[in-house]
Write a protein that binds this ligand. Sequence first.
Ligand SMILES: *Cc1c(COP(=O)(O)O)cnc(C)c1O
Length: 496
Amino acid sequence: MAPPDERALPAPDGSTGLDPEDWDSFRSLAHRAVDDLVDHLAGRRDQPVWRPMPDEVRHSFDGPLPRAAAGADAAYREVLARVVPYSMGNDHPRFWGWYMGAGHPVGNLADLVASVINPNLGGADHSPVLVEQQVVRWCAEAAGYPTSASGLLVGGASEANMVGLAVARSARLGRSLREEGMPSGRRLTVYASTEVHSCHRKSCELLGLGAAALRHVAVHDDFTLDVGALAAAIAADREAGLEPLAVVASAGTVNTGAVDDLEAVADLCEREGLWFHVDGAIGGFLGLSGSAASVRGIERADSLALDLHKWMQAPIDVGLVLVRDEPAHRSTFSVIPTYLAHTDRGIAASEVWFSEYGLALSRGFRALRVWMGFLAYGADAFGGVIDRTTALARRLAETVDAHPEVQRMAPVGCDIVCLRYAPPATAAADLDAVNREVVLRVQEGGVAVVTDTVLRGSVAVRVAISNHRTRAADLDLFLEEFVRHGREVVAERGRG
Ligand SMILES: *Cc1c(COP(=O)(O)O)cnc(C)c1O
């Protein structure tokens, strides 16, 4: 029997797939998009950082599923009208909210390439897998960690931290954990400072340890972990019949950038037989910078979580987990169903299947944005970004310290400055409300984005620089705006 004519196959719009009938018109749209985006980046400094969305824009996203084709040109017009102008703004030189990177143009280009060739990094024998393996080794070297470690790119440090703790848990509990789940009657505990990132709570919950298993240990005045208090907490828990599993040290806390004493924690973990995990989401790459000494001991970690989309400026999202003991890492996650059987030849013949090191099977080509970034800029350029933003943070801190109306709230850790508007005559009880309002006005004014947190019970405004585009004049402009809004808010409240 003859095969059916292709024209007889269902194709509602008469085409054979999703590719354009005419590649040339697609090409000209793509060229236009590249031009628009380069213009966007080149002119970004002169645009507002962030702007509140008008109601009609907000509601324009309420519409139903479009069943009919509008065409690529029309879809792209919608992006330009409704998406780009109201995006977060972390590509702007004066975005210092939470803790993020700005992205870099080489990474933007890498994303285009990665999306077009669209490989699946779950495994198999193709060069993108070698790119990711090389990125893992390069990042280990950059972080000062053994390059023999196994590693996996993930969506960010939340996932990377969870993988680290998952390996710690299965290294302790062994094969029976995978077959039978958490043993009853054993209560494993994890230790970290009160400043540790909230993702560790999520990990403890999802790993079946429970949020109560995460023991928050006191910090010193500089917000670093009190290792004496840590030892006491471990001893007390052992006494009470709990089973200490791991310590999470922070190489840069999210509130103030404090770097725990990694050597001291490593020593303690060694003595106590505990898994030593480092959350290096912020400071994990300090090894590339002039401040490398601040993370001495990072090389002793059993597992290390890193973020490439923060200080390292790769476009979001990409993080990395490194695990010293490769078999421990693989045996935590490896499941090989028959349809994924590895072979000696052909496309399934691959030394490494990343799907054996984490949750995901299908994995995108995140590695390319990191790989191209290292190649294009050189690793030292990222050390330079760390040094420059650290110096900018110190400079801002000095300006703040000399300013009669602004008060610094914490030592500068990494490139984070915590401050508040606090003119001498203002009642202390008002300062929290004043500063929350000032932060909102700075954001809504479009000049800069900063966010706030609470330090020892008081609202603190965080300037988390972490942005390779920032210049000293940007921070001067922010401080001017901040004080102007501060005066205005205090005056309004005075008028009641
Ligand atoms: C940002 C951050 C995380 C979470 O990382 P994501 O990439 O946002 O998932 C974890 N720990 C610290 C210290 C962080 O700053």
